[in-house]
Write a protein that binds this ligand. Structure first.
Ligand code: TRP
Ligand code: SF4
Length: 337
């Protein structure tokens, strides 16, 4: 199969957790051997909801960059960059907004979910929507089409956005009688859903996450807090891994079949207590993340990270500049000297 242009982005929400690793980074690292990959940190997308407090933003970008690099993205294979370093993406956003019907935006269920999250009360949430948030998908489309991306690895929650990107690309091509833009396809991968230690979805905002940057001790402490089968209180109570919503779920993600058989046997047969069972689990998890964490802590110097990003920014910018020249050309706009 010929190599395709592939693009994906992640919002800089601060240090990434193990759910991000399993759902995003692991997949990105694999794909860079199959395609021509562009990966970026979507700092403008963060502003669509968090524009009021930007104090942490630059630090968060650096933390995410370290996680991405430690997670296996090789800047010699992939182009790793920061969205806001490419002003041409903003220009493309402006131009694409001209061909995007506003009722397409309002139809996007993913955006509706985002709006709902702005406030408890639906009316209040609507009042909080800014022009920038409405443009979320047009901006995302500009990220993709700016590098003429054909494949976009995303989670299920982003599929509706991508449909819209396809609509925008198609409409642009139709109006300006061009085949400049590919219709980008979502690349859906099966990823395990990782529960947080309290059983809700793993998320920084719930404070139930285990971070890539966490130490082994911190990880073990969090694993000990994981909820287990509520019927198993004492070591001598029989448990049921199926009802152990968090700890056993993590076993299923990180342990091999042999270990799973042992856990099944010991849990059901009341041969082990949950504390010991979870100690074994944290050992397995710490082992799994050992290499990544070693790499992660080796990035002491922010200057090294900034240099890597600088090089990626330059490369990505060249590609998007080229696209913009073509866009202006088919729209009969001038590229001023
Ligand atoms: N919206 C994506 C998210 O929240 C991030 C993102 C921004 C993105 N632009 C993109 C993903 C372009 C894929 C392609 O995770
Ligand atoms: Fe879960 Fe292990 Fe306790 Fe069984 S023994 S309930 S698998 S933590």
């Amino acid at each position: 199969m010929p190599k395709k242009r592939l693009l994906s982005g992640i919002r800089p929400t601060g240090s990434l957790h193990i759910g991000h690793y399993l759902g995003v980074l692991r997949n990105w690292a694999k794909l860079q051997n199959e395609h021509e990959c562009f990966y970026f940190i979507a700092d403008w997308h963060t502003l669509t909801t968090k524009y009021k407090d930007t104090n942490e933003l630059q630090g968060d970008i650096l933390e995410v960059a370290k996680d991405i690099l430690a997670g296996g993205i090789d800047p010699n294979k992939s182009t790793l960059y920061v969205q806001s370093a490419i002003p041409e993406v903003a220009e493309l956003h402006l131009l694409l907004s001209m061909v995007t019907y506003q009722n397409w935006i309002h139809r996007d269920p993913t955006l509706k979910d985002m709006v709902r999250m702005l406030a408890e009360d639906e009316e209040k949430a609507k009042e909080e929507v800014t022009y920038g948030l409405l443009g979320y998908v047009v901006l995302q489309t500009s990220d993709i089409l700016g590098v003429l991306g054909e494949l976009v690895p995303v989670g299920k929650d982003q599929v509706a956005h991508l449909e819209l990107s396809r609509d925008i690309a198609r409409r642009f091509n139709f109006i300006y009688k061009t085949d400049l833009f590919p219709e980008p396809k979502a690349l859906l991968t099966e990823t395990p859903s990782v529960p947080g230690i309290d059983g809700r979805k793993m998320s920084k905002s719930y404070e139930n996450d285990i971070k890539l940057v966490d130490s082994e001790e911190a990880t073990s402490k969090k694993v000990l807090q994981m909820i287990t089968d509520p019927k198993k209180i004492k070591r001598t109570d029989a448990g049921e891994p199926k009802d152990c919503q968090v700890a056993y779920k993590h076993y299923e993600i990180f342990a091999d079949k042999k270990i799973l058989d042992i856990v099944q046997d010991e849990c059901k047969g009341a041969k082990i207590g949950c504390v010991d069972c979870k100690k074994r689990l944290s050992g397995i998890m710490n082992n799994y993340f050992c290499e990544i964490r070693k790499k992660r802590t080796a990035f002491k110097n922010d200057k090294d990270i900034l240099e890597i990003l600088d090089a990626g920014n330059k490369r990505a910018r060249q590609v998007v500049r080229y696209t913009l020249e073509k866009v202006r050309d088919v729209m009969k706009l001038r590229t001023w000297g």
